[in-house]
Every structure is written in structure tokens, then in C-alpha cells.
Design a protein around this ligand. Sequence first.
Ligand code: DLL
Length: 439
Amino acid sequence: MPPPDPSRRFHPVSAPDYVPAEQLRGLQLERLQRIVRRAHERVPLFRTRCQERQVAPADLKSLEDLARFPFTLKTDLRDTYPFGLFASPMEEIVRLHASSGTTGKPTVVAYTQGDLDVWTEVMVRAFAACGLHRGDVVQNAYGYGLFTGGLGAHYGAEALGATVIPISGGNTERQIMVLQDFAVTAICCTPSYFLHLTERAKELGTDFSKLRAGIFGAEPWSEAMRRRIEADTGVKAYDIYGLSEIIGPGVGIECFAQSGLHVFEDHFYPEVVDPASGEVLPDGAEGELVLTTLSKDAMPMIRYRTRDVTSLIPEPCACGRTIRRIRRIGRRSDDMFIIRGVNVFPSQVETALLAVEGTLPHYQIVLTREKGLDEMEVKVEVTPEVFSDQIRALEALQHKLEQSLDHTLGIRARVTLVGPRTIPRSEGKAKRVDDKRQI
Ligand code: DLL
């Protein structure tokens, strides 16, 4: 690896990934006390919740005391839409991003310049953990825009001193041309998109001989998928995790040992709780990941329920990092699914369908993977009157529904109209999503 460039603001080698655990706990407590005070002073919803639970910032004397504080939920962002959880005045906020909410409106997140610096720092540490350095050519195929993937990876790779190609998502043929012609050594994208890229490249008779690392995340993927990618392409596939509400990508990443994701615990404090009772579980036990931002000023998140299911790995890692790891996230405790990197809640689909006249509230979402690309079909029942209509009228309705879905979700889905009472009724929880995607 080339020597660090002293003119760079962030030095992966001086990162606190290796500090002794005791020192790290001290730092976490100090930061936690500050951020809880800040949220209590500036965010009315948090203050009210604390009062209801009869707990105050002064009660936070140890890290374990955090368990006495209230959770923050995704619906809290919706209920205070758009800016209700901000703890900084607008003049100090330099960036907004957004991700899918559970219904029509997105959830909005904010950053001060200091927050962006923290984000860049954790992304530098993330890239360094999987062996990237100055001289690497990084094709950043995460979407740029309101999604945090593009800009998060961009700033991190640039601050690391790598050469960034800000290609964003989509346009597969151009991605393949750039991968080859620009001698790309690392790619950032969703694992399913990488599968699609490699399938298409094979069809075109192209290979990516210089590509050695993929930084894949934003959706669940499996060990089997990693094995497939690595065997087929020779690219080392690293899992990166993050979520907009906490910062974006860079909450955690795998190191060369590829056995769990190191969480940048000096900025994001992890707890794992029982999804039903909310009780904190011991290290090693599987449950829902709850994260608290320790240094984010614009929008501190105290005990944010991620709905991502994992466990904390207590054993030390072969790489020597002292920051703890979480197991790869395979599923969620709610019904959100991710398609082509976009988060979708069935409730959003429902909102979009019911906005159009002539449909019944019975639908099923079928997810498949064709040539490595995720496809979404929505089967929806229509009223008997509509169903006996002319084919033209049915086509028009189908088109309207597809437009409504595109408008609400920001992705294309195929709509199939079906007759009344053809979608299986359930006796308990409706199974809205039939996920047929393998690996
Ligand atoms: O997906 C941030 C990100 C961008 C992460 C690029 C990694 C790479 P959101 O759009 O807010 O943010 O979606 C967050 O995506 O709660 C998980 O359910 C899921 N997710 C993200 N990374 C992984 C991963 C970005 N590595 C939601 N494995 C999270 C499994 C993941 N699920």
C-alpha cells in the first residue's frame, strides 16, 4: 500500500478501530451523554417521550443506562415530516437526503458540515478495512441523489485518495465499457446489480480483469451469493451496511476476514433488542438492531429501531480491530423489502393502488430475479364491473396503476389485473409479498 498522503484530512491508519475496549467505552459514554442532552434540549418529541418514561439526561451514568431511554421509530420521522426531528437550525444544515417512508411521503434526514465530515471519515475507514487505498479506481454505481449510497461512497473514496468514477446507477452497457476501459479496480453497487452486470458482461464476452473488490450493500444478500460472485468473477465481495436515518452507508463493513461487519462504534452505538418486548439482549443473541448516533448534530437518533435482524459478535476479529461486529443482515423484523436497491413497504404499494379507481384492496407482490435483475409484479384484483370491460379499458387501467406505482415508489413494476376473488385470502396476516428471488 502507498504511504499515507499527509495532505489528506482523514487517515485510515490513525482510525480508532483499534483502541482498547475500555478506552472506547469511555469515549462512547462521553459522546452519548452529549448527544442525549442535545436531543433533549432541541427535539420536542424526544423530550416528551423522556418525560413520559420519567427519565432525564442526568440519568445517563453508564452505557447500560441507555436502555431506560425511549426508542425512535421510522413512523416518528413520518409524523414529524419533514424537519421535526432536526436539532440544528436550517442555517447549519448543509445537506438533506431522503429514503422511502411507509406510505406516500419519504423520510428526510439532515447533515451539518460536521456530520458530513463524520460520514466521510467512516467511509474512509470502511474502504480501508476492505483494502482500498490511493491508486484504486473506484466505479461508484450507487445512485446519486436523495439516496445516500452515491454521495456517501463518493466522498469517502475521494477522501481516501482513490480515483472516483461517479457513474451512478443504471445504463449497464456503459457501466461495462467504463469498467473495462478505465481499468477499474473496485466497484460500489448493490450485490444484485453486480450480478446483473456480470451476466450482461458475459453475454458481451467482456471480463473485468483489473477489478479486485466489490463493496456491496443496501440490500440483504447471502453467503451463497458471495461465493457465487467470488467464484465467477474473482472479485472479493465485501458487505457494507448503513441506513439513511443513522448516516447512510458506512455504519458497518466487513474487513478482509469477511466474518461479520465491524460497526464504527465510536460514532454509532449498537444494541440488539427483542423485537417484541424491546428488552436489550446479550451479545450473541439474535434480535433487532437498535442504533444511537453518538456524534451527529443535525439529527441525533437515540435508540433508532432499524428493524434489521442480526446479533453482536463478542469474539475478537482476526484483523485486530477492537470495534465490535454484527452478523450479516439477512432479514428484517417488518415487511419492508428492497428491490434494485430501493426500499419498498407493501403499505406504499397499497397506497399507490388504491389511489386509482376500479381496484379492490386485494393484491399480491411477486418478486423475481431475471438475468440478475430484480423484477416486481403486482397482481391486483379489480371489481367485477371493470373485469368485464373491454380489453382497451383494462389496458388503460393497468397503465394507470403502473404509473401510480412508479410515482409513489420511484421504480417500475409490472401490473397484472386479475378477477375478483382470485388472490388467496389469508386467515391471519396477509402474505402480501411472494419473494421468489434465490440467493
Ligand atoms: O441503503 C444505505 C446504504 C447505501 C447502505 C449503500 C449500503 C450501501 P437506506 O436506503 O435508508 O440506506 O436503506 C437502509 O437497507 O435498514 C437495511 O434494511 C438495508 N440494508 C442496507 N445495507 C444492507 C446490507 C441505505 N449490507 C436499509 N445488508 C437498512 C442487508 C442492508 N441489508
